[in-house]
Structures are given as structure tokens and as C-alpha cells.
Design a protein around this ligand. Structure first.
Ligand code: NAD
Ligand code: UDP
Ligand code: UDP
Length: 312
């Protein structure tokens, strides 16, 4: 049994990670300030003898004793991270410093939930880890993109300067049950709109692409990465290489929900990347991992979750 800290543990990905760690017998400390996370996501774990929940903001120091840290604390959807952009940068940067300081003091292995956003609006397609990205440093997405890039810098400097045992994964768009219905991300937006019979909001002409990974596959990658040999730091791309335009996604959601919602076109937000697809060769080689869940199957699971939670 390992004592494991999950920051952002009551969020979408964090709560699934807590479930898997508890299921395999670890002792889990879930830390969250509930900015976007919810107690509902982890209520079923409360009272479990191996699970502890702490309300705490990672921009403040945290003194606990753990063997491993999964650092997930950070709002992930553009709507949420742009709500208080200064706090978003603080969460990524001060949060990383505090969690790295903690890892240093207790000699813990630490994994950073980084993002495909470090590639910005990429000129290379698909994106390998060696690509440095094309990121606007002063735009509305910068608090998140540059915050996450700076966090990666901190991780690699603690590795070089203090020999910390770091692991960095770059997560591409991931979806599944427990996404917040008002989260603003495309999969939850389209499903909720389709189920309610509301218009499906396509930003721009819908030709921009994303690659969507089902949450269970992503958690497999997290666990595999945490267990790689010491010295293997990543960064490693984790995502599903299937690539879909937002129009294709909308059509698929309409088909699977049987909804009669109309497609409406809205203005494309600034700096919205035109294309994104992970090159996962490194994950295949080093983690022996690749995603198993097809978009259609993952969407069915997610649709039934939203039907249930929204009582539709
Ligand atoms: P989420 O918003 O559901 O979860 C983030 C969690 O962090 C929430 O529970 C929130 O309350 C918590 N949090 C935010 N600021 C905090 C702070 N200062 N102190 C403590 N807790 C704080 O989002 P998610 O999709 O679960 O994302 C989890 C992590 O994965 C994030 O770091 C995100 O950047 C990264 N990521 C996610 C995706 C994706 O597609 N889901 C893609 C790339 C990267
Ligand atoms: N820190 C923490 N928990 C710990 C140890 C450190 O939150 O158990 C924080 C502390 O606030 C510190 C930061 O991590 O500012 C970085 O720690 P480090 O030891 O790298 O640097 P220093 O203490 O010299 O600032
Ligand atoms: N998007 C959309 N309609 C929505 C929400 C998002 O067309 O209601 C688009 C958005 O402009 C982007 C893509 O879907 O091109 C993915 O958006 P999301 O916020 O999910 O993730 P990110 O842009 O961070 O990859």
C-alpha cells in the first residue's frame, strides 16, 4: 500500500484516478479547493478507510507525508481557466513549486498533468514530444498554456538541480463521465445541448480538429507512467490519435443521442488551435500503452452519464 497525494482529486480526471488507486489498495490523500471539482465526484469514497479529503489550495504550502504525488490541480476548460486567469497561472506555477518542494522534502515521486496546450496552435502534425510548440504568450489562453509550460520548466529544473523523481504527461483532450455539465468543453457542451434539444454551438466553421481520449484509457496511462523506471521523466503524450473535426463530433453526438438539435455557428474564440493530434509512439514504447476505447463507445458511456445526472 502506497500513500499517494492526488491534487485536484475531486475534479473530472482526479476523481477517476482516486477510484483506481483506492481499488488497487493504495492510501489516497485527495487535495482540492473545489474551484471546478465537486464533492459529488468523490462522495462514494468518503468513509473508505484508505481515503482522505482535504480542502486546500495548492498555491499555499502543504506539509504532508506521502510517497507519490499526482499533480492535477488546475482548471482545464477554457471557460473556467479564463474566469480568473491570474489564479490559473498561480495554480500552475505556485502550485508546481509547492508540490515540487513537498516532493523534495519527503523524497516522493511526482507526476505532472501537463497538456497538449504546450504545443499551442501547432505547425507540426501530429505533435511529437520533441516539438516546442507555437504559443501566444499574451493571449486569453496564455494563463493556462504558459502556466503549464512554466510548470514543466520547474519540473525539469527540480529534476536537474535536485535530482527529483519526476514524470510529465501531456494530456490531449479527454472526456467521460463526471465532466461538469457547464464545464464549457466541447464534448460536454454538445452532449448536454443534444439531450436538452438546445442548439449545438459550433465555434468557427467546425473544421478545427481534436483527438478525444476516453477517461479510463487516460488513467491507465497515468498509472503506467508513474510506474516507469526512475530516470524516465517524459514528457510523454497521452491521448487518442483518432482525429475528428468539431462538425464530425457534432454529427456523431446527434446520431448517438437521436437528438433533433440544430447546429448553430458561433464566433471562433481567439487562439483556438486549428488542429491537434498526438503522436503516441513514445507512450507505446515506454508505457506499453495505447487507448482502447473508440470515440463512439466512449461517447455512449458519457451520454448515459449525462442522461442520468441531468435526469433527461
Ligand atoms: P477539472 O477542472 O475537472 O479538475 C481540476 C481540479 O483541480 C478541480 O477539482 C479543481 O477544483 C481543482 N483545483 C483547481 N485549482 C486548484 C487549486 N489552486 N488548489 C487545489 N485544487 C485546485 O479538470 P480535469 O479535466 O480533471 O483536469 C485535471 C488536470 O488534467 C488539470 O491539471 C488539467 O490541466 C489537466 N488536463 C486535462 C485535460 C482534459 O482533457 N481533461 C487535458 C489536458 C490537461
Ligand atoms: N513546500 C511545501 N511543502 C513541503 C516543502 C515545501 O509546500 O513539504 C513549499 C514551500 O512553500 C516552498 C516551496 O515548496 O516555498 C519550494 O520548496 P523548496 O524546498 O524547493 O524551496 P525553498 O523552501 O527554498 O523555497
Ligand atoms: N468548441 C465548439 N463548441 C463548443 C465548445 C467548444 O465548437 O460549445 C470547440 C472549440 O472552439 C475548440 C474545440 O471545440 O476548437 C475543443 O474545445 P475544448 O474547449 O473542449 O478544448 P480545447 O480547445 O482546450 O482543446
Amino acid at each position: 500500500m502506497k500513500k499517494i497525494l492526488v491534487t485536484g482529486g475531486s475534479g473530472f480526471l482526479g476523481s477517476h484516478l482516486c477510484d483506481r488507486l483506492i481499488a488497487r489498495g493504495d492510501d489516497v490523500l485527495c487535495v482540492d479547493n473545489f474551484f471546478t471539482g465537486s464533492k459529488k465526484n468523490i462522495v462514494h469514497l468518503m468513509g473508505h478507510p484508505n481515503f482522505e479529503l482535504m480542502r486546500h489550495d495548492v498555491t499555499f504550502p502543504l506539509y504532508v507525508e506521502v510517497e507519490q504525488i499526482f499533480n492535477l490541480a488546475c482548471p482545464a476548460s477554457p471557460v473556467h481557466y479564463q474566469y480568473d486567469p491570474v489564479q490559473t497561472t498561480k495554480t500552475s506555477v505556485h502550485g508546481a513549486i509547492n508540490m515540487l518542494g513537498l516532493a523534495k522534502r519527503v523524497n516522493a515521486r511526482i507526476l505532472q498533468a501537463s497538456t497538449s496546450e504546450v504545443y499551442g496552435d501547432p505547425e507540426i502534425h501530429p505533435q511529437p514530444e520533441s516539438y516546442w510548440g507555437k504559443v501566444n504568450p499574451i493571449g486569453i489562453r496564455s494563463c493556462y498554456d504558459e502556466g503549464k509550460r512554466c510548470a514543466e520548466t520547474l519540473f525539469f529544473d527540480y529534476f536537474r538541480q535536485h535530482q527529483l523523481d519526476i514524470k510529465v504527461v501531456r494530456i490531449f483532450n479527454t472526456y467521460g463521465p463526471r465532466m461538469h455539465p457547464n464545464d464549457g468543453r466541447v464534448v460536454s457542451n454538445f452532449i448536454v445541448q443534444a439531450l436538452r434539444g438546445d442548439d449545438i454551438t459550433i465555434y468557427g466553421d467546425g473544421s478545427q480538429t481534436r483527438s478525444f481520449c476516453y477517461v479510463d484509457d487516460l488513467i491507465d496511462a497515468f498509472l503506467a507512467m508513474m510506474d516507469t523506471e526512475k530516470g524516465f521523466t517524459g514528457p510523454v503524450n497521452t491521448g487518442n490519435p483518432g482525429e475528428f473535426s468539431m462538425l464530425e463530433l457534432a454529427e456523431l453526438v446527434l446520431k448517438l443521442t437521436g437528438s433533433k438539435s440544430r447546429l448553430v455557428f458561433k464566433e471562433l474564440p481567439s487562439d483556438d488551435p486549428k488542429q491537434r493530434k498526438p503522436d503516441i509512439s513514445l507512450a507505446r514504447e515506454k508505457l506499453g500503452w495505447e487507448p482502447k476505447v473508440a470515440l463512439e463507445d466512449g461517447l455512449k458511456e458519457t451520454i448515459s452519464y449525462f442522461k442520468h445526472t441531468l435526469a433527461l
